[in-house]
Design a protein around this ligand. Sequence first.
Ligand SMILES: Cc1cc2nc3c(=O)[nH]c(=O)nc-3n(C[C@H](O)[C@H](O)[C@H](O)COP(=O)(O)O)c2cc1C
Length: 187
Amino acid sequence: MTTILVVYASDYGSTEKMAQAAAAGIVSVPGGVAVVKKAEEVTAEDLTGSDGVLVGSPVHMGSMDWRIKKMIDTVCSGLWMQDKMNGKAVGVFASGGGFGGAGGGVELTMLSMLNNFAELGMLIVPLPKITPEYKKGGLQWGPYGRSADEDMQHGGVGDEVLALTKRHAVHLTRAAAVLKDQAIFSA
Ligand SMILES: Cc1cc2nc3c(=O)[nH]c(=O)nc-3n(C[C@H](O)[C@H](O)[C@H](O)COP(=O)(O)O)c2cc1C
């Protein structure tokens, strides 16, 4: 059994849809178990009881949603003190509104999340460009779902992005299964 915790924040449903797609990817891997939680609901036991973690955030003012950061600062920081998350697999995904050519802040959102998880000693699972659905929302850091067009007309994230998010979760689950119970960082 490989248990993956999917953590997300969402106001309008796009990041939540991506979280559900990730869960579908996790359970498609033999032995994969998905635990899906909103950031405010996550406990230390959810994190320590998982073999890997996928975290999804909307882009808010060019950076991660405050609820994700609150979870990191209030729940993850205690686990950092105790070295409880070292060696677990981690991946991220994000949803942004766009506006203009791309929308601002998605890379910063993903990178700032990954930076926090690197502090926890977690092993980052990126999204390589060989991933079949990469052309639709792929960034090397993880899947990006654009929920609006260049005029900020909201349409939600597309099916291709959901397929990409599912695939990323498959990759992460496979990585977590391999890493599980390996004392990567032992002396
Ligand atoms: C307070 C706030 C700030 C936002 N800032 C950005 C931003 O800086 N860049 C961007 O691309 N989208 C921005 N958006 C748009 C959201 O990222 C986008 O609508 C996203 O898909 C919402 O995800 P959700 O449906 O899961 O809530 C912002 C939305 C809100 C509510």
